[in-house]
Structures are given as C-alpha cells and as structure tokens.
Design a protein around this ligand. Structure first.
Ligand code: CS2
Length: 497
C-alpha cells in the first residue's frame, strides 16, 4: 500500500476531510513541546480549523519530542500529515468513525538527538507561541507544592549545559536567553497539561530555573512573556496497531501514525498572548479572562473520576474504561463520587450545569469505541493524585464534610501499587517516583496493621503534603485499603453502596 503523503491527498475518499489551505506557504509560528497523541488530537485540530477559517498562514507548528524518535520517524516520510479518527457508538451500538487528515504539523524535532535545533527553533524569529503537553512529570516539580525540584539530576544538568538541555525548563529558559540576547520579540508560553493553574505552574518552574541562570533574564521572561492558564479536554487513548490497520484501510493509503479520540472537545484559554494568536475560537476554543475555575472543574470531575475508575477497574481486572463503566456498582460509585463529593466543592459557574456535565461525562466514559486502557490512566499516579483527588479531599475536610468516596479512590491507588490485580495478573508501576513509592510501601508493609501501614504510606509528602497528618483522611483510606485487600473491588463497592 502507498503511504499517506501530499500527493495522496487528492485521491483520498471523499468522506475524509483534508487540509484545504496552501500547506507549502505555512510558516512555523508555533513550537509545540510534547507532540504526542493528545496534542495531535486536540490543539492541532483546533489550529487546523483556524487555518481553514482565517487563511492566516503564520500558524503552522513544529513539534518537539523531548524523548523518543518514533513520532518523527513515522511522520517525516508523511510530510507531517496524519489522520485523526473520532470514534463513538451510533444508536445501534456499533462503532462509527469520522476521519480527518491534519496538515499543520510541519516537522518534528527529536530533542535528545539535536538539542541545538530545538533551541534554535524556539529562538526563531517566526516563533510566537510555545505550547506544551509534556504531562505532569515534564515540569520537574514537586506535585504537592508546585515548586521546581532544583535537586533533580536533569534540572542540574540543564543548568550546567545551556547549549544542550534535556528538560522543558532547560529548553524554554535557554531559548528565551537566545531571544533576549538577539533582541527578538517575547513569546507566549502556553501550558496545555492537566495541572491546576497550569500557566501559573509553568511560570513558577520557568521562573525558578531562570533565576538560577540570570536575574535579568528572569525579569525579561516574567514581564515580556505570557503564561496563559488553560483547560483542555478530550479523551485520547493510545493508538493501537488495529487502529492503524483500520484507518489505513479506509484511507486507501498507509498512515503509520494516526490518532484516535472521542468527538467531545473543550479548550478554555486565558486570553493573554504576548505576540498574537490564531483564531482558535472557530475551532471550538473559548477565550476567557480567568481559566482556573474551568481547570478545577475539569481536573476534579473528569480526571478525578477517571483515576478512580482506572485504579478500581484495573484492580478488578477490567482492562478498559467502558468495561469498568459497564459494571453497575462502579458506575454508581463514580456517579455518586461526582455528585456527592466533587461537584459540591466547585464554585457556581455561569453557563455550567453540573448535573448535565456529570451526565455527559458518564456517557463519555462509557464510549465503547475508544477502548481506553485503565492502565494508561493509572500511570504516573504520584503526579496526578494531588490535583485530581487530594485538593478535593482538603476542601471537604476543611468544611467538615465526608470524604468516603474520595478516600476509596486514594485507597485504590495504594491497592494498585502492590503490582498484582485481583485476577493475579501483574502490572508494572509506571511512575517517575516508582522507586521512592516502592521503598515507602516496603517500609509500610513492615508496620503491621492496615492503619499503621496506611499512616506510614500517606506520610509520603511529595504526594500527600500535610494530609498524611490528617487522622480522618488516614482512617478513611485505611478502612478502604483493608476492605479492598480482604474482599476485592466489587465487594467493597457493594458494601459501600
Ligand atoms: C486521563 C486523561 O490519562 C489520564 O490520566 O485521565 O488523559 C484524560 O483522558 C484527559 O485529561 C481528558 O481530557
């Protein structure tokens, strides 16, 4: 089969959408760090709509992979073209899928191969926006406090090697130094990661790194660049070989690197751009003065419930989110978690109907056409729990409210960390703090009673902060860990319904 390339576009089936602007005239106004599936199914899609509607050709994208070469290797022979497949189930329950070939990704750079090229791209006069989806761990911060970890080996490396950094803070700050020294315009640094006040978090880690480099540089970044907060939402499971084969079959040409997502998309962005921006509102983005309330809503409702479902589902041997949702006890639990414990912590927001939001979310999680793996969501728990679950726990404890269901989600993570599910199948703990977590668990396991074990484990400050000292929290988590260990997920849920 021939490959997806520019010359294949006119021959694609007529129901496949494709770029209709002159690709060869696109400039690279955006550098995107972390050009994974999420970026290609979210920001790039909104950007594509803006290019179609406005014809403003300043906003092509150069993607950067901070680690692996696979995306570049697959996309360079395709001139950056790839297919987005949006999937859900029709009324008859059968999967349906719409295809669009996206054209605004001009090139992909692989940072470890050529860090100089990445620095020069960010420092290029055409670059106006540096956007990021590098996942929580890419910030090299303490997830509980938000502070840059100056003791991190890669951060120390990047402070010592301005010409060959490895981390996001290293690339951003050293490239900003080049821009400032060359008298170039500042840029917008746009975080699209699932972090609370992600722009402020980015400003914090970039600022802390810059301070170590040069006080003048720090001030220039602070005053000239902007760091909008943003909320991003679209479920994007990892692409499988079966997806690749099915999509290539429909296209009639081989696409080595398509992405799959749900039809739903939201993007709320604080309208604070240092050097212009595309007309992203035509692609569904919403520009606001304050994005934090939307981020909190999304992190707590979508991601908090998602993590709860992932740990409970994975431990019950349920491989995908929709299969977890098909268990009445799990569905009822997630519904009650959102309704009873999460939604009441959220402020009133004009235009947001929380009951409708919750109902739609239950439907999104039940999408059988996505096959979203519970283990994919279970990754990196130490980086996710603080903003997804623990902030909600804190708010409720402060208000003297019950945290029973939230504590079950936290207990499910602790249960998951033992590395074997209830069917006896083992799973790897993928987490940047996996070694420290394993050490803590081993110490805790020597402690005796479930309560003492959980007390020792929740004393792990990089995740739990001061919560480890909250007796109500420790007692509630311990009660659930005890039940999960003794009776398993489904019996625990049946007991707490
Ligand atoms: C998920 C998110 O993998 C995960 O941790 O919870 O990627 C989730 O699918 C998105 O944030 C939805 O917008």
């Amino acid at each position: 089969m021939a490959h997806l390339r520019t010359d294949a576009l006119p021959r694609l089936p007529s129901d496949v959408a494709r770029p209709l602007y002159p690709r060869e005239a696109l400039q690279a106004g955006i550098v995107h760090l972390g050009v994974g599936a999420f970026h290609r199914a979210h920001i790039a899609v909104v950007n594509e709509a803006a290019l179609h509607a406005s014809g403003d050709l300043r906003w092509g994208t150069v993607g950067v992979s901070l680690r692996a070469a696979d995306t570049r290797n697959a996309l360079r022979p395709q001139a950056g073209l790839y297919t987005l497949a949006l999937r859900d189930a029709g009324e008859d329950g059968r999967a349906r899928e719409s295809l669009q070939v996206i054209g605004n990704l001009l090139d992909v750079l692989v940072a470890p191969e050529d860090p100089h090229a990445v620095l020069e791209r960010i420092a290029h006069p055409d670059t106006r926006i540096v956007s990021l989806t590098i996942t929580e761990k890419g910030y090299h911060h303490n997830a509980a406090t938000g502070a840059l970890r100056l003791d991190d080996a890669d951060i120390a490396h990047d402070l010592a090697h301005p010409g060959a950094p490895r981390t996001m803070p290293g690339f951003v700050v050293h490239a900003m130094n080049l821009r400032r020294n060359r008298g170039l315009a500042p840029v917008t640094l746009l975080s699209c990661d699932n972090l609370p006040a992600n722009g402020d978090t980015l400003r914090g880690v970039v600022g802390a790194f810059a301070e170590q480099v040069d006080a003048g540089l720090h001030d220039w970044i602070e005053t000239a660049c902007t760091f909008p907060n943003s909320m991003v939402d679209r479920i994007v499971p990892r692409t499988t070989d079966a997806d690749r084969a099915r999509i290539s079959g429909r296209l009639g040409v081989e696409d080595a690197w398509p992405v799959v997502g749900e039809p739903f998309l939201e993007w709320v962005v604080q309208d604070r751009f240092a050097n212009g921006r595309p007309e992203w509102s035509v692609g569904g983005a919403r520009f606001v003065e304050h994005a934090e309330p939307f981020e909190r809503l999304k992190l707590r409702m979508v991601n908090g419930s998602h993590s709860a479902l992932a740990y409970l589902g994975a431990m019950a041997g349920l491989r995908t989110v929709d299969r977890a949702m098909a268990q009445p006890a799990l569905r009822a639990y997630v519904d009650a978690l959102m309704r009873e414990e999460i939604a009441p912590t959220l402020p009133e927001m004009r235009g947001i109907d929380l009951d409708g939001y919750r109902a739609r979310l239950l439907q999104r999680f039940s999408n059988p056409a996505l096959q979203h793996q519970t283990k994919q969501i279970a990754m990196d728990g130490s980086q996710k729990l603080p903003q997804r679950l623990l902030g909600t726990v804190r708010d409720r404890l402060r208000a003297g409210q019950s945290i029973d269901r939230l504590a079950l989600a936290v207990a499910a993570w602790v249960h998951y960390l033992r590395g074997t599910d209830e069917t006896g199948a083992s799973h790897e703990i993928q987490d940047p703090l996996s070694a420290a977590l394993a050490e803590r668990l081993a110490q805790a396991n020597a402690a005796g009673s479930v309560h003492d074990r959980v007390a020792l484990f929740t004393g792990f400050a990089p995740v739990f902060g001061e919560l480890g000292g909250e007796t109500r929290f420790v007692a509630a988590v311990a009660r659930h860990v005890g039940r999960l260990e003794a009776a398993g997920v489904l019996a625990t849920l049946a007991g707490s319904a």
